[in-house]
Write a protein that binds this ligand. Sequence first.
Ligand SMILES: O=C(O)CCC(=O)C(=O)O
Ligand SMILES: [Fe+2]
Length: 352
Amino acid sequence: MATTMTTEEREARNPTYLASRLQSGQTIDGQNLAFEIPIIDLAPSFESLAGRQQVAAKIRAACLSSGFFYITSHGINQAACDGILEQGARLFKRISAEAKQKIHIQHSPHGYGWESSDSTSIAGDIETKEAFNWSYSSDLDPTGGDGQYVQLDGSHANNLNQWPTDLPTFYDGVRNYYGQALQLARHLCRLFALSLHLPEDYFDAMTTHPSANARIMYYPPSKGVANDVSVGLGAHTDYQCFTILLCSSTPGLEILSPAGQWVGAPTVKGGLVVNIADMMMRWTNASYKSTIHWVVNRSEGERYSVPLFFGVNNEQVVDTLPSCILEDNPSKYAPIKAGEYVLQRLATTRTY
Ligand SMILES: O=C(O)CCC(=O)C(=O)O
Ligand SMILES: [Fe+2]
């Protein structure tokens, strides 16, 4: 499908645009909104529609301001959270360099597998992170999927992931956390739909075989040099609808406030971070904020994290939601296939 880029989209693809947003500390539409990262208890949302509506209102308020919130009582059990972080530590710290090379992302056309710190770079920064990347596949989905999964480029292929053969428990540890996180993401979609005054099942049929790439990240300790600001992961916005982030206890995530200050997002015990990403900003005509963040590990501890980048089925056309278009606020974005949009964004980050 032919798509026309708006001025805003052209600017957003330009690294100097990011840099200028960083310097000026402005949000895209120049508003100076109150900035907080609220903690939202999801428990009522598992009980009744009234509970979901109540939680959805809190989510809406967070999305209109910082675009970040914590969730507690989210339904993913602690053993699964601890388990995947432990598997990450084994992968990054215990297996040999040769074993990592065997599953290097260079062997994967889609970038799945182990990623050395210099394989990708967001804003041209030298980054300290290492990562392990995987994508949705039906064997990881507790629903079993519907057999229709397509990759970002629309090709039909299930399970192209590269798993480490030297760590037999790794796959099970990942699957246990990821399966629960997928179901949580689908539950959050219902809350987002309610928050946007849509029927709560609005996104259900669009998330049967979702775009749901995930990674385990490793950030080495700070070098202990005063004022050391070694960038773990460069300043960026996420591409999908929203991200669910599990973090180890070592801090490092920082979010750019409208006033141009980096605000730390410390780990909340038992909680997960959720942030709005660019695709949700498109759906909502830029009312829900996709906020710039980065990771700088300023501490002497290692940081591990597990982001899940959740979006609709890759072949789904993303078009501004009718409830977000007003006569004096027409759609800012042209319709585009979800996978195609993410591919455009990814093309700017690979260095290999
Ligand atoms: O590791 C973190 O805390 C955040 C990671 C992140 O922002 C990302 O992978 O997009
Ligand atoms: Fe991110």
